[in-house]
Design a protein around this ligand. Structure first.
Ligand SMILES: [Zn+2]
Length: 144
């Protein structure tokens, strides 16, 4: 499969043809992708617990990966992915402008690491804010 998670793709056939969206799920086993805002189906969801509400939910359904093309962010064109080796690593490359498409993927991995650190920092920040909130107005008065 040439499409990966978080890719921007163009739908090339069917009801949603020419629509672009972000890939929110991939299934190499069934060769399908789920694209944000594409192939929306209504699903009748029954309440299974006391605090839930029965409702009709609109949700994206997976579509065949062959019905989408990867959109190159560098040249803004729907492309057929070219596979190439850069620095000993297999990467996906845009055949039109030569941009490496997997850059975003490595960026996503670092983003996850940052997220893991974030909650601990937030807690500390909150505690600090409460302390500084009391002292901050006094500082403002001094400045004026
Ligand atoms: Zn390109």
């Amino acid at each position: 499969m040439n499409v990966k998670l978080n890719d921007t793709v163009v739908v090339i056939t069917g009801k949603y043809a020419a629509k672009t969206g972000k890939v929110i799920a991939v299934s190499p086993k069934s060769n399908t992708v789920t694209v944000e805002g594409v192939n929306i189906h209504k699903k009748a969801q029954k309440a299974r617990k006391a605090n839930e509400v029965s409702q009709i939910v609109e949700k994206e359904a997976p579509l065949n990966a062959s019905n989408v093309m990867v959109l190159c962010e560098a040249c803004d064109k729907a492309i057929r992915v070219k596979h190439s080796v850069v620095d000993g690593k297999k990467v996906r490359v845009c055949p039109k402008c030569g941009a490496v498409l997997d850059k975003g993927y490595s960026g996503k991995a670092t983003g996850k690491a940052a997220k893991k650190e974030a909650p601990a920092k937030r807690v500390r920040k909150r505690a600090k804010k409460e302390e500084t909130a009391e002292t901050a107005p006094a500082e403002d008065n001094k400045a004026e």
